[in-house]
Structure formats: C-alpha cells, structure tokens
Design a protein around this ligand. Structure first.
Ligand SMILES: [Zn+2]
Ligand SMILES: [Zn+2]
Length: 259
C-alpha cells in the first residue's frame, strides 16, 4: 500500500540525487533528465494523470493509457488513485477550505511539500477503484519504482540518479509549483470564482500545465492553451496520439471492409 511517509522518503532521496547531479552531472546526463522528465511529466502527469484520468478530456487505447500511467509512476508523485482523487477534489472545492491544496488556506510549504499527506477520498475515483490495474499500481507503487531503478542501474549505475531520481525531483517541484503559484501569480483572462492564474513560465516549463486559468475555465478541454504563443506540449502529445490511433483505425477498417 502506498504510504505518504515512504513517498516523502523517496522524494527526499530524489532531491539529494538532484543536488548531487548539479555537482557531478555531465551534459549528456542532464539531457537524459530532460527526456525522462518528458516521459514522467508530459506523457505521465499532464496527458495521462491529469487530462485523461482526472478529467476524461480525451480518449486513448488502454495500452497507451497504461503506458502513460507507468511513465507517471516513475515520477514519484503518487499513484493514479491518490493523484486523481486529490485533483478531482481540488476542482470541486477550488480555493476554499476543503481544497486539498489551496495556497490561500494551506500555505506555500504545505502545498509544496505536504499535500501527499492529504487523505485520499476514494469516493472521488469510483472508476479507478473498479479497475485491477489501478489497484495494482496503488499497492505496488514503490515496487514498480524499484524495478525501474534496477533496470536503469543495470544499464549504468549513475542512471539511478539521472534517469530516475533527478527527473522525479524535477516533476515533484514542477507539479508543486503549478499547485501553488498557479493559484497565486499570473494573469486571469477568465473571471472565475477562484484564484486560478495563467503563468507564462510554468506554461513553458511544465508541458502546458501553467495555463491554469484556462484549465479551470474549461476543465473538460484537453487543450489548455488558447493562443498560438501559449506553448502546450501536453496537448501536442494528445493530438499526435489521437491522430495516429485514428489513422490506425481507418487503415484497419479499410483493410477489413469488404463490400
Ligand atoms: Zn487549480
Ligand atoms: Zn484539472
């Protein structure tokens, strides 16, 4: 079972790994950090945990969905069941007392570091609770991470740092910055009853997640950007997957179609 203390311990080690890499890392290793951050953050966190599972704003074949979940798993930000439950509750009670991570009620430190201790209310995730894969991922979350660590260790001992811990630390902070700063600073083109803001810097650094005011305005949209200059790489991934799976279906249908 995923215990918040274990997650905190793993993330603390990930932060030490990140600092160690700042001192000793080579450009090649930092390039791998960025690539793994694309997998755990863009494919895993924003496209899969957030836009697909939390909001059902796009559809993907199950293999793509589950691969996305595995990418998110190695980011050490919690299981799909806990992440989605907390996020759906955030949308339900945005910026009021029951919001699990409103910086206006819980403060910066809590939102940045301790939101993993929020009690997971499974009433928010009846769809995931029914699914064996999500129960398995929740129960064996850390084991999957250790398996990943072993695989990369066998390729290169230092890969534990640059292909697992440092990208996980990056994702943790990127996600936490969105949670806190996107409800504090930035522009609000849509007038909402909460403090959600668009943040240019987080939009560019966190795969489109920073267009948070747009997202709270239309949470059912898989596209968070509204202007050409609002970089939304998470949506580019979704558009590419949708295009390829649609194309695949058309090819298969044409092949099978016999008048
Ligand atoms: Zn929000
Ligand atoms: Zn959301």
């Amino acid at each position: 079972m995923l215990n918040p203390w274990s997650l905190l311990a793993f993330q603390s080690i990930a932060h030490i790994g990140f600092l160690w890499l700042i001192i000793t890392g080579s450009p090649r290793e930092w390039l791998v950090v960025v690539i793994v951050y694309f997998f755990n953050g863009c494919i895993g966190m924003t496209a899969t945990y957030h836009r697909l599972l939390s909001h059902r704003s796009w559809k993907a074949p199950k293999t793509i969905e589950y691969l996305g979940v595995l990418c998110a798993t190695i980011g050490l930000t919690g299981s799909a069941i806990s992440w989605v439950a907390i996020h759906r509750k955030h949308h339900r009670f945005t910026d009021n007392k029951e919001d699990p991570h409103s910086p206006h009620f819980k403060g910066f430190f809590y939102c940045q570091w301790l939101s993993m201790f929020e009690k997971v209310d499974v009433r928010y995730v009846p769809d995931l609770i029914r699914n064996h894969f999500y129960n398995f991922q929740h129960r064996h979350y850390l084991t999957i991470n250790i398996a990943w660590a072993l695989v990369v260790f066998l390729l290169d001992q230092r890969a534990i740092i640059y292909a697992w811990l440092a990208p996980a630390c990056t994702l943790w902070n990127a996600g936490s910055f969105v949670v806190t700063f996107s409800h504090m600073f930035g522009s609000a083109p849509h007038h909402l009853k909460n403090h959600a803001k668009n943040s240019f810097i987080l939009g560019y650094l966190v795969w489109g997640e920073g267009w948070h005011n747009n997202h709270h305005f239309s949470p059912k949209s898989s596209k968070f950007s509204e202007h050409w200059w609002q970089l939304d790489i998470g949506y580019w991934y979704i558009a590419t997957v949708t295009f390829i799976t649609g194309l695949n279906k058309r090819i298969i249908n044409n092949f099978l179609y016999k008048p």
